[in-house]
Ligand binder design. Structure first.
Ligand code: PLP
Length: 418
């Protein structure tokens, strides 16, 4: 590890929590160079929904490479991009009656968010954005202004302007009433408030502490946006791509977002890809090449991302995600001590589940002890107080059960040491 410490920037983060050198990986397991095997409940921060080195995707990618497929194409047409678009439209958009256009952006989540904000401002001629407490939207200036976490914000070096943070549904001061109050205030032309260009929200906050918004609250947020002529942007970058047992985390809620930001699991294999789904009414406002990015044409990601659609269209697989999610949720609930206060809670949907232990130091100690016992798990939420479990959706029952067993042992020990 010395070489990394000597040459790699001090900004490195995850490697400090997982201090080993990984050498290989398969589905929900990673093996370090000493041969120690780890069960992966972190999955590249929600990227590896279909596991490390997914066999089906690997075969398709090898065939693509051997056939000299076009690996990098900017936004030129390629056969692999055509297949990805067709498979995505057939699997995700058409069955939902969605007419959204696909805008490929530089292949990270933050790029998708930047493009969404830019289009909303262009469409409305306004500059203000409403975002929510505990939200995480990325690290570049526009998306960072929407990100709530003080630690990340403080590194910006310039004022993070033009964004107003409202409390998320389960955050302090949050709830339907708060959204209603804001709607009433905006309806008053002498309220002193300016109408926003967009309201951006994660229907399921991942980094913010596994906070699942209700259908009712999301409808109130949608009304807040639409009755004020603002665009509704759903950032589903971490919680989509099948994570909750359906393609989008907000499926079945009868919502109409104008822009949906996707990245992370979209490329299937862990190779980068990001895309916005845009209501055509707004998409037509883009002029050719007005928002670019060199790495929009990711051939390998198009190939693997198209393969990912075979999981999404497989109802048995999606039902199994819900079943495994229920197993995780039940196990986590069993870990909450009987006389625990409200600060200890379990939250989640499908295979993103979180145990809020109410204290970042304790959560960090639990994550560290899990690592020592061969389980990778990442804290999130305010001060890192929530242990987030996001294993690959393809994890075997045996690995899921073994990982939950390790987690339960460690958590029991730490939560009893009150
Ligand atoms: C909801 C959400 N939005 C945006 C991002 C930023 O994505 P990226 O790190 O690929 O820029 C993340 C990353 O964790 C995320 O979880």
């Amino acid at each position: 590890m010395k070489l990394f410490e000597t040459w790699e920037s001090d900004v490195r983060g995850y490697c400090r929590k997982y201090p080993t050198v990984f050498a290989s990986a398969s589905n929900a397991r990673q093996v370090d160079e000493n041969g120690k095997s780890y069960i992966d409940f972190f999955a590249g921060a929600g990227v590896l929904n279909f596991g490390h080195n997914n066999e089906k995707m690997k075969r398709a990618m090898i065939a693509f490479l051997e056939a000299d497929g076009v690996a990098q194409s900017l936004d030129m047409y390629t056969t692999t991009k055509r297949r990805f678009i067709r498979r995505f439209a057939e699997t995700v958009l058409i069955p939902r009656g969605m007419k959204h256009k696909m805008q490929f952006v530089g292949p990270t989540g933050t790029n998708a968010v930047e493009a969404a904000l830019k289009l909303a401002r262009k469409a409305t001629g306004r500059h203000g954005i409403y975002a929510f407490s505990h939200g995480f939207h990325g690290m570049t200036l526009g998306s960072l202004a929407c990100t709530a976490n003080a630690y990340f914000r403080s590194a910006a070096g310039v004022p993070l302007d033009h964004v107003t943070h409202l409390p998320f549904e389960n955050g302090p001061g949050g709830g339907i009433d708060h959204i209603r109050e804001r709607r009433c205030a905006l309806a008053d032309s002498s309220s002193g408030l300016e109408k926003p260009a967009a309201v951006i929200v994660e229907p399921l906050q991942a980094e913010g502490g596994v906070n699942v918004a209700s259908r009712q609250w999301l409808h109130a947020v949608q009304d807040l946006a639409h009755e004020n002529g603002a665009l509704l942007i759903f950032d589903d970058i971490q919680a989509a791509c099948g994570r909750t047992g359906s393609y989008f985390s907000f499926d079945g809620m009868d919502l109409s977002p104008d822009i949906i930001c996707l990245a992370k699991g979209l490329g299937g294999y862990g190779t980068p890809l990001a895309m916005n789904l845009i209501n055509p009414e707004y998409d037509r406002l883009w002029k050719p090449g007005e928002h670019t990015g060199t790495f929009r044409g990711q051939g390998l990601s198009f190939v693997a991302g198209a393969e990912a659609m075979s999981y999404i269209e497989d109802q048995d697989f999606m039902d199994d995600v819900k079943r495994k999610g229920a197993v995780m949720n039940k196990r986590l609930k069993s870990l909450v001590p009987v006389n625990a206060g409200p600060e200890i809670a379990v939250r989640g949907k499908g295979m993103i589940q979180g145990l809020d232990v109410g204290d970042g130091e304790k959560a960090g100690a639990i994550a560290g002890a899990c690592f020592d016992k061969g389980l990778l798990i990442g804290p999130c939420g305010t001060g890192g107080r929530v242990l987030k479990l996001i294993p690959p959706l393809t994890i075997s029952d045996a690995d899921l059960s073994e990982g939950l067993g390790i987690f339960a042992d460690v958590v029991n020990r730490h939560l009893q040491e009150k």
